[in-house]
Write a protein that binds this ligand. Structure first.
Ligand code: ASP
Length: 473
């Protein structure tokens, strides 16, 4: 017999069904037992009455415990008036079991799996992530993640964008974080770097004439964790466009996210539309931060206050702590080194770099930065000037020779943005940490307790790569 999903039992009163899933809970009431069976669609109540079951099923009845996987054949009945549960989609019905098969047994899980709260410590949850993901809330987060991915893909496709995979084994673009390195076996002593963002590739794709590129792009940054950042890897909706002005990029993103929220988060309210477009200097003066929280009611978990922050300085003072590839200058880029300065400020580059404003745009939501981007420099002379100002020597500049060379072959004016996929989703889902919307995230100290990564490798592997591990201090 074909399997029925739990949620569909509510439409099958009086019919015989086969359901399959996990025991969410078991309650004994004298001789009768109740099992809440969980599958991907949700829960349904199963009634186990010895007199209704065949002999084999009666034998195993006492063994059934939470998280066993069962196959149950039974009849869908309307629940008694008092047993009806309006909070559950299948709350009007129950399945009276006739045959029960145990498909798989389960040890007692290290934490309780219910549909509401998760009390276990994060380390334990991540070690047993496959159990943690059985929580309804975690499943919902992943379902919404999938919906968001589909929405973004469809929307951008319809606007003439093409999705292009850029390399993972790469030479990273210096976006200001530490790189993850991958040793090369074939070219011993050399390393790939995992991309911090596909920045240079997407600009090269503009030179290539793609005009409208996007990618739900994995980005790798070896950073220390914060609630709104996951160490290791995260995803960005990476976008680049040719022949556009700054407003075209802002309008595109604003239109996309507004329709997405309307479709998939219809109970959310957006504080102000069109989203306010604010100047960096004004925002700093008024809110003393470049990430102002513009919600009218900060207690309202459904309120979304977006804002664009524009007219950024091109450079910010570079501090000792700044990890910026050791560039020894007073100035570092406010966004990245490819950001185009405002034309009228170009003469100030020599005299007063701190005064130069740029075409950077940051997207802020409820006081959190959820994306940044810019119009780019497309003139190799200007790009070289910026490299100099942030302290690149000839050696460093050489690392970008390919980009400067590409700019010699007809480069369209271009720009883009990269909203953080996980970060935006976590806010939309009302989660405090982006790890709640990632299936298998690293812990805050960059470990995977489930796979036990990172891990040592054996000597033969190191030898092949020509590597030797220094004694730990
Ligand atoms: N690559 C930039 C980043 O990761 C985004 C952009 O400028 O488009 O922040």
């Amino acid at each position: 017999m074909q399997r029925t999903l739990n949620v569909d039992t509510s439409q099958k009163q009086g019919e015989e069904v086969v359901i399959k899933g996990w025991v969410n809970a078991r309650r004994n009431m004298g001789k009768i037992a109740f099992v809440d069976l969980r599958d991907r669609s949700g829960l349904v109540q199963v009634v186990l009455v010895p007199a209704e079951l065949d002999e084999a099923s009666n034998e195993i009845l006492k063994d059934i415990r939470p998280e066993f996987v069962l196959e149950i054949k039974g009849i869908v009945n309307e629940r008694g008036e008092k047993q009806k549960n309006a909070d559950l989609p299948t709350g009007q019905v129950e399945v009276l079991a006739k045959e029960v098969k145990i498909l798989s047994e389960s040890k007692t899980p290290p934490f309780e799996i219910d549909n509401e709260e998760r009390q276990a410590k994060e380390d334990l949850r991540l070690q047993y992530r496959y159990l943690d993901l059985r929580h309804n809330r975690m499943r919902t987060n992943l379902v919404m993640r999938s919906k968001m991915m589909h929405f973004v893909r469809n929307y951008l496709n319809e606007q003439g964008f093409i999705e292009i995979h850029t390399p993972i084994l790469s030479k990273s673009t210096p976006e200001g974080a530490r790189d993850y390195l991958v040793p090369s076996r074939v070219h011993q002593g050399k390393f790939f770097a995992l991309p911090q963002a596909p920045q240079q590739y997407k600009q090269l794709l503009m030179v290539a004439g793609m005009e409208r590129y996007f990618q739900i792009a994995p980005c790798f940054r070896d950073e220390d964790a914060r609630a709104d950042r996951s160490p290791g890897e995260f995803y960005q909706i990476d976008i680049e466009m040719s022949f556009v002005e700054q407003n075209d990029i802002l309008d595109l993103v604003e239109g996309m996210f507004t329709s997405m929220i309307k479709e998939h988060w219809p109970d959310r309210t957006i504080t102000e539309t069109p989203w306010p477009r604010l100047k960096y200097d004004d925002v700093m003066k008024e809110y003393k931060t470049d990430k102002p929280d513009l919600r009218k009611n900060k207690e309202d978990s459904k309120e979304l206050a977006f804002a664009w922050i524009l007219d950024w300085p091109l450079f910010v003072p570079q501090t000792e702590e700044d990890f910026f590839h050791g560039a020894g200058s007073k100035w570092g880029p406010a966004h990245n080194m490819f950001t185009r300065p405002k034309e009228e400020d170009i003469p100030l580059l020599e005299k007063d770099p701190g005064k130069v404003k740029s075409y950077q745009h940051d997207l802020v939501l409820n006081g959190v930065e959820v994306g940044g981007g810019a119009l780019r420099i497309s003139d190799s002379k200007l790009q070289e000037k910026v490299f100099e100002l942030i302290g690149f020597d000839d050696e460093k500049k050489k690392q970008f020779a390919h980009l400067l060379e590409a700019f010699q072959y007809g480069v369209p004016p271009h720009g883009g943005i990269a909203p953080g996929f996980d970060r935006l989703l976590s806010i939309l889902q009302g989660e405090t940490s982006i790890r709640e919307v990632i299936a298998f995230p690293l812990t805050s100290d960059a470990r995977d307790p489930l796979m036990d990564a990172p891990a040592e490798v054996d000597k033969a592997q190191l030898d092949e790569l020509g590597l030797e591990i220094k004694k730990k201090k």
